[in-house]
Design a protein around this ligand. Structure first.
Ligand code: NAP
Length: 280
């Protein structure tokens, strides 16, 4: 089974659109998302444009606040403070990466955790790790939704997460622990990487190394989620060698068209969740 991330994303966005219509009817308000974009890094420009387009399509009121790459940290912090206090804004996102003069940690810590739609604030990270209500980072949330489309009950499954980043690997592990999986996290210092992956009922690859996971790294009937986005010449490929793996496993996400579209849908989902918590 090839997991169709585009289709799942479209279904989720449709649900979100309906939910926003109901919210609007009941409260006469819609969720608001502010995206801060600093500098002219081309991929960030594309991501932010996409986020704005998708937000508008589901009925989220979205704004992009642009700064030149020379902007001071203080100026951005003041804007975040203003957005934290703005009643019409339920989600704040600062597009990464940031220029050198701006401390990423300070910026993330300045966002009201209730408006932290990326789920990067230490309060959300801690809440997720503690099993409390948290805003969950969009990509791992999207991965979990895709896994659950294949298998509803993950209890007792052995999940192996390739990569331990704050963005992907660590929150993915927390989400799968919460689903009662037995979780192994592997990374660049792990010995016997291949043997660890071979044990996985669920394998999530988030390393950023093209085609790292080969056909003989995966177990028969496993679920493979490929988060990686890598460029080989002009082609985008994942961290999993799709052609070698696809016929051996129960389900696999393609790259592109797998996890990517779910990430953006989960940002919209998080924006609505933040709105509901702020207005409850
Ligand atoms: P990251 O911060 O660079 O982390 C990569 C992780 O992989 C690290 O834990 C690193 O180990 C590990 N690693 C690197 N090379 C390895 C190797 N050869 N063997 C085993 N482990 C290795 O990356 P990230 O931000 O999590 O992103 C991972 C990938 O996902 C990238 O391709 C990125 O573009 C993509 N991505 C996709 C989406 C989406 O929506 N589809 C969203 C975000 C990111 P150490 O900790 O030991 O260094």
């Amino acid at each position: 089974m090839i997991i169709d991330g585009k289709q799942e994303s479209a279904l989720l966005r449709e649900e979100i659109k309906k939910e926003i219509l109901i919210i609007k009817e009941k409260t006469n308000k819609v969720p608001g998302l502010s995206v801060i974009l600093i500098g002219d890094f081309a991929p960030s420009q594309i991501y932010v444009k996409n986020k704005e387009k998708n937000s508008k399509e589901v009925g989220i009121k979205s704004e992009i606040i642009r700064y030149p790459k020379e902007v001071t940290e203080q100026e951005v912090l003041e804007k975040i403070k203003e957005l934290n206090n703005a009643k019409h804004i339920s989600g704040i996102l600062v597009q990464l990466p940031l220029p050198q003069q701006i401390d990423k940690e300070k910026i993330i810590n300045a966002i009201n955790p209730l408006k932290d739609v990326d789920g990067f604030h230490p309060i959300n990270v801690g809440n997720l790790a503690s099993g409390y209500k948290a805003v969950v980072p969009c990509t791992p949330l999207g991965c979990l939704l895709l896994i659950k489309k294949v298998e509803k009950d993950l209890s007792g499954k052995h999940a192996v997460i390739l990569g331990r980043s704050n963005l992907n690997g660590k929150p993915m592990a927390q989400l799968l622990l919460k689903e009662n999986c037995t979780v192994t996290i592997v990374h660049s210092k792990t010995k016997n990487l291949k043997e660890e992956c071979q044990k996985a009922d669920i394998l999530v690859a988030a390393v950023g190394v093209a085609n790292l996971v080969k056909g003989d790294w995966v177990k028969k009937d496993s679920i493979i989620i490929d988060v990686g986005i890598n460029k080989i010449d002009d082609k985008i490929v994942g961290d999993v060698n799709f052609d070698e793996v696809k016929d051996k496993v129960k389900a696999i996400t393609p790259v592109p068209g797998g996890v990517g579209p779910m990430t953006i849908a989960c940002l919209l989902k998080n924006t609505v969740e933040c709105f509901k918590r702020l207005n409850s």
